[in-house]
Design a protein around this ligand. Structure first.
Ligand code: NDP
Length: 234
């Protein structure tokens, strides 16, 4: 059955692959962008996830276009990597605001419609570093670990209404985000990945498609690693 889906940051990278994967599965898919416009064939709404009013306006457009959001994929995210000694409080709070508070903002807005419908799926795109930690990513790893606590709390609050909240923790995926890695960082990382390669964005999309499907109705509060074995299940 086709659902009304919203993917934040679905204009490029992993989010775009997720949006395309869900559209291919027969869902009505909207994506947020911050001015780049909608990718071909997808419904686009402009919203920065750090801005509650923009989020509300975007949800209203989605509701008019395809009905209340039934599947929310919280994917928008940023990095501002540097060692703790050099990390300013602004660098810390900017990443938390976009990655974690942004996920809270869209989840809260989406929960209204899901509660009314007594059906919903939250999928949060976290990261393998949420559980392993990562030097130079105190802000990012904290934001991604926070998503897990948030999803599990949502699972407890809303699980009795046919609403699930799950987390996907990708390892390294070929996108603009990982293009920023130096050759040394890339080689050191690859040596740790049993698969011996980075993921393609479509491999994250496959996991989201599953969690959004009826087959995943009894999976709640789970963290699903899609990392080629990097985190060995964590
Ligand atoms: P990209 O940098 O390629 O894309 C990031 C996306 O997030 C863009 O669509 C961007 O929009 C959007 N975005 C960023 N900040 C905001 C904001 N404040 N409001 C709205 N949208 C925003 O990243 P990836 O595709 O690689 O990453 C997607 C998600 O997957 C992120 O949450 C990331 O942390 C996570 N992840 C990525 C991994 C990787 O190896 N690439 C590994 C593990 C997790 P815009 O185009 O406007 O900038």
């Amino acid at each position: 059955m086709g659902r009304s889906v919203l993917v934040t940051g679905g204009n490029r990278g992993i989010g775009l692959a997720i949006a395309r994967g869900l559209a291919d599965a027969g869902h009505a898919v909207a994506v947020t962008h911050r001015g780049s416009g909608a990718p071909d064939g997808l419904f686009g709404v402009q919203a920065d996830v750090t801005d509650t009013e923009q989020i509300d306006a975007a949800f209203k457009q989605v509701e008019e276009h395809q009905g209340p959001v039934e599947v929310l994929v919280s994917n928008a995210g940023i990095t501002e990597d540097t060692l703790l000694m050099r990390m300013s409080e602004d660098q810390f709070t900017r990443v938390i605001d976009a990655n974690l508070t942004g996920a809270y903002r869209v989840a809260k807005r989406a929960s209204r419609g899901m509660l009314r419908a007594k059906w919903g799926r939250f999928v949060f795109i976290s990261s393998v570093v949420a559980l392993s930690g990562s030097a130079g990513q105190v802000n990012y790893a904290a934001s991604k670990a926070g998503m897990i606590g948030m999803a599990r709390s949502l699972a407890r609050e809303l699980g009795s209404r046919n609403i699930t909240a799950n987390v996907i923790s990708p390892g390294f995926v070929v996108t603009d985000m990982t293009d920023a890695l130096t050759e040394d960082q890339r080689a050191a990382t690859l040596a740790q990945i049993p698969a011996g390669r980075f993921a393609e964005p479509s491999e994250i999309a496959g996991a989201v498609r599953f969690l959004a499907s009826d087959d995943a109705a009894y999976i709640n509060g789970a963290v699903l690693p899609v990392d080629g074995g990097l985190g060995m299940g964590h």
